[in-house]
Design a protein around this ligand. Structure first.
Ligand code: AMP
Length: 263
């Protein structure tokens, strides 16, 4: 497995990998890899693709008050996990490679419809940073497919929209959320939960289950379903809820009637 630091090397590796006749898959990550990331790599290999995992903590997607400095970083452990999953290459570029003009004077890529809602309202500029780094990675790695987790559902939808609108020749493949036995979605940031917060974090999964059960029992009123979720989350003493909203799975617009989705 190659460990690649520069764009030049990455582009040479990309040409080599494509010569093998396989499709090329990109798994974009910010490192501190876990079994959720491993599921993305496995899905890529199931497609018969050569797998490139990018590991880059992208500064432009963090707000000024967010945890960019404290975000967990461990490239050695990440490399071991990628090796175990038989990835073909890890691309771990520097900030200079990714932002040659510096962070202040970079061009940005922005999706302006889906990115405005939900997480976009809470974290202004977040999806602009995500779209910018994903567009750069697509240009550098030139993948045929790219895998994104449903854990970050809005991100998945924003990236799909950007790819559609900017005509990137990349197929986006969604991967279901991998969870701990108690329902908490695996996340690099879980490392930062205290011993008291960790069990409380399961309220997110419980809240989803409560809404699902009410729905199965026939409840279709959005307000009542949202309130049930909010109450469930607020049971955790250290939780502060930003939003619990039921939206259309494609447009991310609020809905008035809840219906079964495709799955
Ligand atoms: P991150 O390193 O957090 O930026 O995540 C990189 C990719 O892995 C994103 O597409 C995430 O949605 C995906 N991912 C992270 N955690 C999980 C998980 N628990 N299950 C599935 N995909 C995940």
């Amino acid at each position: 497995m190659q460990i690649i630091r520069t764009i030049q090397e990455m582009q040479a590796a990309s040409v080599d990998l494509k010569r093998s006749g396989r499709r090329m898959a990109l798994v974009p990550t910010m490192g501190a890899l876990h079994e959720g990331h491993a599921a993305l790599m496995r899905k890529a290999r199931e497609q018969g693709a050569a797998v490139v995992v990018s590991v880059y903590v992208n500064p432009t997607q963090f707000g000024p008050l967010e945890d960019f400095k404290r975000y967990p970083r461990d490239l050695k452990a990440d490399t071991r996990l990628c090796e175990r999953e038989k990835a073909d290459a890890v691309f771990a570029p520097s900030d200079d490679e990714m932002y040659p003009g510096g962070l202040q004077s970079t061009e940005f890529v922005e999706e302006n419809v889906l990115a405005r809602r939900l997480e976009g309202e809470q974290r202004p500029g977040h999806f602009r940073g995500v779209c910018t780094v994903v567009a750069k990675l697509f240009n550098i790695v030139q993948p045929d497919i790219a895998l994104f987790g449903e854990k970050d559902y809005q991100q998945l939808k924003v990236v799909q929209r950007m790819v559609r609108d900017l005509r990137f020749p990349v197929e986006i493949i969604p991967v279901p959320t991998v969870r701990e036995a108690d329902g908490l979605a695996l996340s690099s940031r879980n490392q930062r939960l205290s011993a008291a917060e960790r069990p409380e974090a399961t309220v997110l999964w419980k809240a989803l289950g409560i809404a699902r059960d009410l729905f199965e029992e026939g409840e279709r009123n959005v307000h009542r379903l949202e309130t049930a979720m909010s109450r469930a989350v607020e049971l955790a003493p250290s939780a502060r809820l930003d939003y619990a909203q039921i939206v259309d799975a494609e447009s991310l617009e609020p809905v008035t009637d809840v219906q079964h989705g495709d799955r």
